[in-house]
Design a protein around this ligand. Structure first.
Ligand SMILES: Nc1ncnc2c1ncn2[C@@H]1O[C@H](COP(=O)(O)OP(=O)(O)OP(=O)(O)O)[C@@H](O)[C@H]1O
Ligand SMILES: [Mg+2]
Length: 390
C-alpha cells in the first residue's frame, strides 16, 4: 500500500473500520445516522468504503454537499439520485417529475431554480422521497451525505438561517413520516456549530435528535500497526526491526490514519530507514514545519469561527495554554484559578464551564473519570505547546 495522506483512498486500503461499518449498517436497519468525529479521522473514507461495499439489499449513494449553496441545488441533487435509483428498476419518480412538468420547470431545466418561490425545493424533496419509499424495489436506497454542515453554512449565508432550518425540518419530517427513508450525515465541521447558530437566530429546532450519533475514534492500536506495516512494506522502506518501527509510527501519530500516512510519506522522501528514532525525528520536524503538512494550524485558526460569543475564543486559548504544559489533568476549579491569574479580565465560572463543555464536543478536551480535563489527543497537545512556545 502506498502512502496517500489526504487523498481518496481505495476502499480496500481503508483499514480497521470493518466493525464500525458493520455497526453502522445494523443501525441503518432501524434509523438514520450522524457520524461525529474530529477532522481528518477518516469519516469520508468510511462512508466511501460503505458505498463501495454495501451488504445485500442496500444501495448506498455518496454525495459530497460541500459545493451546494442553495436549497434548490440540494433538492435537485436529491431528485436526481432518486430518479437514477428508480430508473434501475425501470420506474420513474412520477410525483417529482410531474411536479417539475406542471411547474414548467422541466426535468432538465438549467435555470429552473430561478423561476419559482422557495417552496419549490421543498416540494421537490418531499415528492422525490415519496416516490422513493412508495416503490417496492429489491434494494433500499440510503443517502450518504458528506459535508452537511458546510452545505447548511453555505445556505445560511446565501439564503438565510430560516432556509437552512427548513431543510433540516423537512428532512426530519420525512424521516418520521417514511420509516424506510435513511440518511447518513457527516462532515468536517461539527453539526452542532451550525445548529447553535440556528438556535442563536431564535429558530428553535431539534432537527437531528432522531438520528443515531456514531462517534468515529482513531484506529485501534492493532489496526494502526497494521496500517503502518502495510505502508512501510508498500513503500519499500527498510527497517531492521519492523515491529518497533510500526509501533513508534502508530503511537507518534496518535493512531490517526492520516498522520500514519504522513509519517511514512516523509520517511520515504527522506530516504531513511524506519526506526523508532527516525520516526521521532520525522514527527518533530513535521510539527514545526512552517508549511504545516499535517494541517494542525486548523486547531488554532478555527477557534474564532467556532467560538463567536463574547470573548469565548480568547478563553479557549487560555484553557489550552493552561492544560498543555500541565503534568496531570486539571479540575475545573484549578483551571479557573490559573486562568484568573493569567488573564487581565475577570472570567465568570459559568462561562468557563460552558466553554469547557463545548471544547469537549469539539474534541479538544476529554474528561477523566473524576471529572478533570485534559487534552483529548496527546499529539494536539504537543503541537499546541510548540505552536504557542509553552
Ligand atoms: N481507515 C483508514 N485506513 C487507511 N487510511 C486512512 C483511513 N482513514 C483515513 N485514512 C487516511 O486519512 C486521510 C483522511 O481521511 P478522510 O478524508 O476520510 O478523513 P475525514 O475525517 O473525512 O477528513 P475531513 O474531516 O477533512 O473531512 C485519507 O486520505 C487517508 O490517507
Ligand atoms: Mg471528509
Amino acid at each position: 500500500m502506498k502512502a496517500n495522506p489526504g487523498g481518496n483512498i481505495d476502499p480496500a486500503a481503508v483499514l480497521g473500520r470493518d466493525e464500525l461499518i458493520q455497526t453502522i449498517w445494523e443501525i441503518l436497519e432501524q434509523q438514520s445516522v450522524r457520524l461525529n468525529a474530529e477532522r481528518r479521522i477518516g469519516k469520508t473514507s468510511i462512508i466511501r468504503k460503505m458505498c463501495a461495499e454495501p451488504p445485500a439489499g442496500w444501495l448506498p449513494v455518496f454525495q459530497d454537499l460541500e459545493g451546494v449553496h442553495t436549497a434548490e441545488q440540494f433538492s435537485r441533487q436529491v431528485f436526481e439520485v432518486v430518479q437514477n435509483f428508480l430508473g434501475r428498476w425501470k420506474r420513474t419518480a412520477n410525483r417529482a417529475e410531474q411536479f417539475l412538468k406542471e411547474s414548467k420547470i422541466g426535468v432538465g431545466g438549467a435555470s429552473w431554480e430561478h423561476r419559482g418561490p422557495h417552496s419549490y425545493w421543498q416540494d421537490l424533496v418531499v415528492k422525490s422521497i415519496e416516490d422513493l419509499v412508495d416503490e417496492k424495489c429489491e434494494q433500499r436506497l440510503v443517502f450518504f451525505w458528506d459535508e452537511v454542515p458546510y452545505m447548511l453554512g453555505n445556505i445560511c449565508r446565501r439564503q438565510g438561517e430560516e432556509v437552512a432550518v427548513q431543510i433540516l425540518d423537512t428532512l426530519r419530517s420525512l424521516r418520521q413520516t417514511h420509516t424506510d427513508f435513511r440518511v447518513v450525515f457527516t462532515g468536517s465541521i461539527g453539526l452542532h456549530h451550525v445548529l447553535a447558530r440556528l438556535h442563536d437566530a431564535h429558530l428553535a429546532t431539534e432537527p437531528v435528535n432522531d438520528m443515531y450519533p456514531v462517534e468515529v475514534t482513531p484506529l485501534a492500536p492493532v489496526h494502526a500497526h497494521q496500517l503502518a506495516a502495510a505502508l512501510l512494506s508498500g513503500e519499500r522502506i527498510p527497517s531492521s526491526d519492523c515491529q518497533a518501527a510500526t509501533e513508534a509510527i502508530a503511537e507518534q501519530a496518535d493512531y490517526f490514519p492520516f498522520y500514519i500516512h504522513h509519517i511514512v510519506r516523509c520517511l520515504k522522501s527522506n530516504g531513511t530507514t524506519a526506526t523508532p528514532e527516525s520516526v521521532l525525528e520525522v514527527v518533530q520536524r513535521q510539527l514545526v514545519d512552517a508549511n504545516d503538512p499535517w494541517e494542525l494550524a486548523h486547531y488554532r485558526t478555527r477557534i474564532p469561527g467556532y467560538y463567536q460569543t463574547g470573548n469565548d475564543a480568547e478563553l479557549v486559548a487560555l484553557v489550552l495554554d493552561c492544560l498543555a504544559p500541565a503534568a496531570e489533568p486539571l479540575g475545573v476549579q484549578e483551571i479557573f484559578n490559573r486562568i484568573q491569574n493569567q488573564s487581565a479580565g475577570h472570567t465568570e465560572r459559568e462561562r468557563l464551564l460552558k466553554v469547557l463543555r463545548l471544547m469537549e464536543r469539539d474534541h479538544y478536551l476529554s474528561r477523566t473519570l473524576d471529572g478533570k480535563y485534559q487534552f483529548r489527543f496527546p499529539l494536539i497537545r504537543r503541537w499546541w505547546r510548540l505552536d504557542r512556545g509553552l
